[in-house]
Design a protein around this ligand. Structure first.
Ligand code: SF4
Ligand code: SF4
Length: 110
């Protein structure tokens, strides 16, 4: 049995790989609440530093409703922006960003 932080992508992927490889019953307990319970997990909203976003779309693959396409483009692809009113600050998008351009809103301008 393993207990993991479900908002720590690297830890979660590693734990899932180990559980799949384990011969027998594997139990994983998430010690963080569901994303649909924002009152309990809401952190400061994040924002994207526009000048650094290369529109790779890695963050968009998460399916987070707070992430939307911006009107600006980079090499023909739409850059991304964060709807501050929907962002619960889970940090998953920042963990998958290829250029580390997703920051606490106070540090970035959209
Ligand atoms: S931190 Fe990123 S993934 Fe999490 S809610 Fe905000 S925009 Fe979505
Ligand atoms: S992962 Fe980062 S660089 Fe890629 S589209 Fe999202 S904000 Fe832009």
């Amino acid at each position: 049995m393993r207990t993991v932080d479900s908002y720590d992508l690297a830890q979660m992927y590693q734990t899932l790989r180990e559980a799949v490889a384990y011969r027998g019953v594997a139990v994983i307990i998430s010690n963080r609440p569901c994303v649909l319970d924002p009152v309990k997990i809401k952190g400061p909203a994040l924002a994207i530093v526009n000048e650094l976003c290369n529109a790779c779309q890695s963050c968009m693959n998460l399916g987070c409703p707070a992430l939307t396409w911006a009107s600006d483009t980079f090499e023909g692809r739409h850059q991304v922006k964060i709807d501050q009113s929907l962002c619960i600050g889970c940090s998953l998008c920042a963990q998958v960003c290829t250029v580390d351009c997703i920051k606490p809103a106070a540090m970035a301008t959209q």
